[in-house]
Ligand binder design. Structure first.
Ligand SMILES: [Zn+2]
Length: 158
């Protein structure tokens, strides 16, 4: 079941993860599962208009692999549009930052927390609440992901 795949670098995560055609009851609605790396391929090639070579480079994969991903992505989107199916954006072997960095302005203690755990209440070292996201953790999200991305974390919906 767990097939080893090469990580695809992804420069953004979609806010909208579900597209549903209007007027079709859930009981008869069929879903197409578009993976996050497939959406990224569409974003780079179709939305930003990059050549496949450039897009492949951005995702850190070969031109051949990119070709397969974009072909699969186009087919799924077409299927959803033609057949009136819902599009669910979920999954895919992708690379993204796992940790957020914080820094305490009082004692300069710096630490990391995983995404999704919420903002810390205080500095773990001196208990001060004068804490901030570390400067290097702001700025360009895509650059951050490139530099801090660790390996292969599947994205689950929600
Ligand atoms: Zn502190």
């Amino acid at each position: 079941m767990a097939r080893r795949k090469h990580c695809r670098r992804v420069g953004f995560l979609p806010d909208t993860k579900y597209f549903k055609p209007r007027g079709i009851p859930l009981s008869v609605l069929e879903e197409v599962n578009l993976t996050v790396d497939e959406l990224e391929a569409i974003r780079l090639a179709d939305f930003e208009g990059l050549y496949q070579e450039q897009a492949a480079e951005k995702m850190d994969i070969s031109r051949q692999t990119f070709g397969r991903i974009i072909e699969s992505a186009h087919k799924k989107v077409a299927e959803a549009l033609v057949k009136g199916k819902a599009l669910k954006i979920e999954g895919g072997e992708i690379e993204m930052p796992e940790m957020r960095k914080f820094r305490c302005s009082d004692c300069q203690h710096a630490w990391e927390l995983p995404y999704g755990t919420g903002r810390p209440l205080g500095c773990p070292s001196c208990k001060s609440d004068n804490i901030h996201r570390a400067v290097e953790d702001r700025g360009c999200a895509s650059r951050l992901r490139r530099e801090q991305g660790r390996c292969c974390r599947g994205i689950q919906q929600g």
